[in-house]
Write a protein that binds this ligand. Structure first.
Ligand code: AMP
Ligand code: MG
Length: 323
C-alpha cells in the first residue's frame, strides 16, 4: 500500500483536490469520523476497504449534501422515506433505498439497496456541495476497532495510509447513524444509532426493529463482535466483575452518572455526570479508547438506561464485549 505523509487540516479545497484525484481521506461528520472517497468509483471503493482492512461483504454508506441529491442515486423513494427525510435530514439517519446502477455493486456488497444519508456537519456539507460525486464513508478506523470521534483518533490509527484528515472538531453525536429500511408499508430499524427510535416514532408511529447480533450477518455489517477495544471488555456482568476483583485484576469502568463501588476511582469514567444520554453517547468511544490505552487488564461497562441513545450505547457495548 502507498505510504502518505498524513496531514491534519481544515482546508476544504485541499480535501476536494485530493478526493478528485481518487484518494481517500478522513472527514468529520456529526456521528463519527468517516474514511471518505468517491462513491461512484469502484477503484476508490476498493481503496477504502483496503485502508480499513474491511471485508467486502460489509457495505459502505453513501453521503450526499441534500435530499434532491439522493434522488440521483436511487430508483424510488417510498412516502415514509420522504417523511423521514423531511424530518431528519441532515442528521444521524441512514436510509436503505433501491439503488441505481451508477452506484457500484462493491459499495453495496452486491445488495440492491444503497445506504445513504446527509451528514449534519457544516464542513463536510460544504465539501459535498463542491464535489461532483457523493462520498462513500465508513467509520475511519481499522475494521472491528472503536470508531473515531476526533481527527486525532483517525490520525493515531490511519497515519501513513491516507494523505489528509479534514478536522471538524470532536463529533457532536458520537455514535454511528441509525439505519432504517422499508418493506411494504413497514419501517424497519437495522442499526440503533445517533437518532433515537423515540424521535422517529414521534413522526411515523410504531416502527419495527430488526437488529442482527449474529457473527455471520445476514444484514451485512451488523457483526456480533465490533467496536472492540484490545483490552477485554465486560458488559453488565456483575459476577465476572466480582471474579476479576478477587483475582486482583486492574479494572477500568465505563459508567453513566455514578461510579461503580469498590473500585479505584482513578480508572473510572463517567460518560455524563448530569445523567444525559446524548452526552454519554458523545463521550462513549473516546472513553473506550482512553481505557484501552491505560494499561488495564479489564474494562467493565455498566448497562445504560434502555431509552433514547441509551439503546445505541448498550448495542455498541454489547458488540464491544462479544468475542
Ligand atoms: P459504517 O459505515 O461502518 O458506519 O457502517 C455501514 C453499515 O451500514 C454496514 O456495516 C451495514 O450494516 C449497513 N449497510 C450499509 N449498506 C447497507 C445495505 N445496502 N443494506 C443493509 N445494510 C447496509
Ligand atoms: Mg464502522
Amino acid at each position: 500500500m502507498q505510504h502518505f505523509n498524513t496531514i491534519i487540516g481544515n482546508n476544504i479545497q485541499v480535501a476536494q483536490t485530493i478526493l478528485e484525484s481518487g484518494e481517500v481521506i478522513g472527514i468529520p461528520t456529526e456521528t463519527v469520523y468517516g474514511l471518505a472517497g468517491n462513491a461512484l468509483n469502484e477503484d476508490v471503493a476498493l481503496k477504502i476497504f483496503s485502508v480499513k482492512n474491511r471485508p467486502h461483504f460489509d457495505p459502505l454508506i453513501v453521503h450526499t449534501h441534500s435530499v434532491s441529491e439522493i434522488e440521483k442515486y436511487v430508483t424510488e423513494i417510498p412516502d415514509k422515506a420522504r417523511l423521514l427525510m423531511r424530518s431528519f435530514m441532515p442528521g444521524a439517519l441512514t436510509l436503505l433505498l433501491k439503488k441505481k446502477s451508477l452506484i457500484p455493486d462493491i459499495i453495496t456488497s452486491g445488495l440492491d439497496t444503497v445506504a445513504i444519508r446527509v451528514p449534519a456537519h457544516p464542513l463536510t456539507l460544504k465539501l459535498l456541495k463542491e464535489l461532483p460525486f457523493p462520498l462513500a464513508a465508513p467509520s475511519a478506523n481499522p475494521f472491528g476497532y472503536i470508531s473515531p470521534t476526533t481527527a486525532a483518533h483517525v490520525y493515531n490509527q490511519l497515519q501513513g495510509k491516507i494523505p489528509y484528515i479534514l478536522d471538524g472538531g470532536a463529533t457532536t453525536v458520537g455514535v454511528e447513524s441509525t439505519i432504517v429500511g422499508f418493506e411494504g408499508d413497514d419501517i424497519i430499524v437495522y442499526r440503533l444509532g445517533g437518532l433515537a427510535l423515540e424521535e422517529i416514532e414521534r413522526v411515523t408511529g410504531k416502527i419495527k426493529v430488526n437488529i442482527n447480533t449474529a457473527s455471520n450477518p445476514k444484514t451485512p455489517g451488523m457483526l456480533k463482535s465490533h467496536y472492540a477495544p484490545s483490552v477485554p471488555l465486560l458488559f453488565d456482568d456483575p459476577e465476572l466483575l466480582g471474579l476479576a476483583k478477587t483475582e486482583n485484576k486492574t479494572i477500568g469502568t465505563i459508567c453513566f452518572n455514578t461510579l461503580v463501588t469498590g473500585l479505584n476511582y482513578s480508572t473510572q469514567i463517567l460518560l455524563s455526570p448530569a445523567g444525559d444520554l446524548n452526552e454519554a453517547a458523545k463521550n462513549l468511544f473516546a472513553a473506550m479508547r482512553k481505557l484501552d490505552t491505560s494499561g488495564l487488564d479489564i474494562i467493565y461497562a455498566v448497562k445504560f438506561p434502555d431509552e433514547g441513545l441509551g439503546k445505541a450505547i448498550n448495542d455498541r457495548l454489547k458488540r464491544a464485549s462479544a468475542k
